[in-house]
Structures are given as C-alpha cells and as structure tokens.
Design a protein around this ligand. Sequence first.
Ligand code: UD1
Length: 417
Amino acid sequence: MDKIIIHGGRKLRGKLNISGSKNAALPILIATLLTNEDCEVKNVPSLADIDTTIALLKHINKNVERHGSKIRISSNAHLKHTAPYELVKKMRASVLVMGPILARLGEVSVSLPGGCAIGARPIDIHLDGFEKLGANISLRGGYIQVKAEKLKGARIVFKYPSVGATENLLLASVLARGKTIIDNAAREPEIVDLARVLIKMGAKIRGAGSKKIVVEGVKKLNGFAHEIIPDRIETATYLIAGAITKGNVVLKKAEGNLLKAVIRKLRESGMKIIVNNNTINAVYTKTLKPVNIKTGVYPRFPTDVQAQWMALMSVTKGKSIIEETVFESRFSHVGELQRLGANIELKGNRALIKGVERLSGAPIMISDLRAGAALVLAALVAGGKKTTISRVYHLDRGYEHLEVKLRELGAKIRRIK
Ligand code: UD1
C-alpha cells in the first residue's frame, strides 16, 4: 500500500487548478443509466470513486470511454439490474443506481452498503421514498431488492434532507408516471448540478436547490453533454492549506459561491480571501484567531470540511469548539491529530480544541477520506521528524493528484509505493 511522506514547515505559495466535483460527478455518471442515447461528461476528476462508478456502469452493461477528464457513455445491450457487493462495499454512492434502474427496468437488486467509518449511514430515507413511489422492498442474501412495475409519482417528505436520498429519488421520479414532490429535499450544489443534467435529458424538474423539488415524470430521456462543477470540498481543503501554512494560494477554476460558509469562517479567523471570477486567493496576513464551527446541511458549514478545520484550529492559538451534527461519529482524525501533538478533547458530538504552538511529525494512519485531508494539512506544519501517512487509498478516493498539486505549491511531499 502507498504511503505519503511529508516534511512540514513550508509556506505554500502559488497557483493550482481545482478539479471537477467528485460528489457531483458520481450521480451524473449514474444518470446515464436513464437513457440509451450517448452522453458526454466533462471535467470528471481522476479518482478511485470515479473508477468504481465506471466499473459499476460497465457491470450494468454500459460502454464507457475515458479520455482524460472527459467520459463518453453509450449503450450496447440490455441493462442488468444488480449492483454487486464487490463494488458497493468500495463506494456507498453505488446505491444511487437504484433509482434509475428501478425506473427503467421495474426492479433492482443492490448489495446493502453496511457500516462505514463515519457512522451507521443507513439508507432508510431512500427506501421509504421508493415505497412512496409504489415499490416493494425486500432483503435477501445481503441484497436489497426493490420492485415496481411502474413507478407512480407521489408526495415524499424526507425526515432529514439526505443528499443521497434526494439524488436517488430524483433519478427515479423523472421517469415515474405523474407528479412527484420531494419535500425537505437536500439543497447541496451537487443536487442542482444533477438536476441541470436531468433537465438537459428532457426531465421536468422545478425547485432543485430549494427544500421542495417538483418533478413531472416523462416517458423517455435523451443523451446529454455536461461539464461538472468545481469541487467545493477540494477548494476548501486548499484554502485551509494556505491558512495553516501561513501562505498565499491562488485556486483557479474554483467557484467561491459554492463555499460561502467556509470562506466566511476563514475571514473571521483573519485570512484574507479574495474571490474573483473562477479564482479564489487565500492570503495569510496576520495571526489567525480561533473560530468555532458547527456543521450542517447546505448552505451551512459542510461536514466534509470539519476535519480540515480541526487541523487548522489545532495550531491556532486559543480555544475553539467544533460541533458535528450531520454524521454521528465523524471524529476518527482526532486520535491521529493528537499523535502529532494536537490538544483536542471529545465530548459527544463536540470537540474542544486548544491551539498548540507546534505539531511534531509522526507516523499516522488515515481512516476515511476527509480525515485523511486533515492529517495531510496537519503534517504540512508539523516540525521535527517527517510525517509518514499510511492508508493513502482513502485520499485517492477524493483528491485528484493530491501530492502533485501540493508540490506545485511548494510542499515537501512524496508518495512511496
Ligand atoms: C453525501 C456526500 C458526503 C457528505 C454527505 C453530507 C456523496 C457521494 N457523498 O453523502 O461526502 O458528507 O452527503 O453532506 O455525495 N441518513 C439516514 N438515512 C438515509 C440517508 C442518510 O439516516 O437513508 C443520515 C446519514 O447517516 C447521515 C445524514 O443522514 O447522518 C446525512 O447523510 P446524507 O446526506 O445521505 O449523505 P450521503 O448522501 O451519504
């Protein structure tokens, strides 16, 4: 397994291009299951989760050709209706094939995703939604089977605005008979991007990006060409890299409007953030202040940036509190940050952080994707010995060319095989 070695202490300076959004690309690639026509998706990052999605589409019987960040998808045969355990266990978002396959074939069988490093993460909201559209659900041999001869539009009220459930129900209801209303829907920018694609395909959708999405089912959908939005979580991670190393980074092909909550908190802490057309510049000009955050659904502070914020607060003089409200146990980075010398106390879903003068390098291990980003950020400022980070495969799920990009900004980082 690969490892990353970082010699901390360098200020990051320079420019880099932000990649396309992983979390927007996944459901959009899966939306190609809704049509037999050719589709083209641009600005797709090169990531392990994208490889898994391509493997999934091929398993279901799609032709997939990849040319750099452009992916072309066409159909050659009948779709299969299963998503096997080997793929679903690699990536929970595989469950998003349920919606489109159910809508097209009337049945789908997907391995139950099971537990994961950031909490139980059930899919009950997805399944309740399918039932409202008239589907029957059963569990056999670890597989969830969903059947419905023809989906019928309905009013669905989510008990929580789940991102995945909103996407899955959108992907199903566009081909259902009649009108579907998704109430208490998630409002994340990735949902808006998916809706844009579905509308290009001929779907009738109103309200994506608001709490109430209205879908009028159509009989058939067509192909599309689409360019994925910039990755707001990658953007936030590099802005924090600029802050933690007291540097000056310019992020190109980025979209400041998608991460207002993070930019607000960085400014509150004392960073100078300049947002221009497709470019964000983060400049360290003065000692940073501790700033509390509480994660929440969009447009509140994203849970996917909580760990990175904790790395920053670990070396920001003074006390801060981080409250996690989206996932029940998303603090697996705490123990490893402590190994680097961070002073963090956990109390339920809150972390109390006392910023320390300096962290010191040590061997550490990644337990999930964003925890990994936090550890890399901390390692960038750890003094003394180098930091060796293992289980890098978690990072490869969500950060395109991470060490190449950080090296471009002047970090001393390398990967060993
Ligand atoms: C997506 C993102 C992930 C991000 C998360 C929250 C993708 C591929 N992943 O994950 O990076 O951290 O949104 O912004 O886009 N829940 C249930 N029942 C369900 C579904 C969810 O109880 O049926 C709970 C989850 O356990 C969690 C919360 O709702 O506590 C949020 O989950 P959800 O919004 O569904 O996140 P994902 O779509 O899995």
